[in-house]
Design a protein around this ligand. Structure first.
Ligand SMILES: [Zn+2]
Length: 168
């Protein structure tokens, strides 16, 4: 297993659209293992393959406090959603930035697991928010893109400055 490098906004590779996984190969198993390890090491609650520069529809999520309830979604699709909920979101690709985003409160998701079987799952509140946030990554969308242009450009310059400072 390996810890993968997480792309940092405004890296343009975060805007690539992921392709559906056509078969559960060894490569996908390794990807999921590495993504899981990377998410736990970074103390995140979710990670999309896009964030580690693999452009396939794979996400891992664990919103439990005990960090032992891993969910793997391959080719996830939201098949129903209702309600509205906003939550102060953060992202491993946008470190130190927390902003409220409006999302559906309850969703039903259909996805494939690592055995290649389809499953359906209902999620609400934080779990539902996290799935929607990670699925956005697969579409090349980062959560701060829901904010005003002004806020986005402030965040971009803040992060660029921080990345420059880190390099020097
Ligand atoms: Zn994120």
């Amino acid at each position: 297993m390996a810890i993968l490098k997480i792309l940092q906004y405004p890296d343009e590779r975060l805007h690539k659209v992921a392709a559906p996984v056509s078969a559960i190969t060894d490569e996908i198993h390794v990807l999921v293992q590495n993504m899981t390890e990377t998410m736990y090491a970074a103390a995140g609650i979710g990670l999309a393959a896009t964030q580690v520069d693999v452009h396939q529809r794979v996400i891992v999520i664990d919103v439990s406090e005990t960090r032992d309830q891993l969910h793997v979604f391959i080719n996830p699709e939201i098949i129903a959603s209702e309600g509205e909920f906003d939550y102060q979101e953060g992202c491993l690709s946008v470190p130190g930035i927390f902003e409220k985003v409006k999302r559906a409160e309850n969703i039903s998701v259909r996805a494939m697991n690592l055995n290649g079987d389809l499953f359906e799952l209902d999620a609400s509140s934080l779990f539902a928010i996290c799935i929607q946030h990670e699925m956005d990554h697969l579409m090349g969308k980062v959560f701060i893109e829901y904010l005003s242009q002004l806020k986005q450009s402030r965040i971009r310059s803040k992060l660029r400055k921080r990345q420059r400072d880190a390099k020097s």
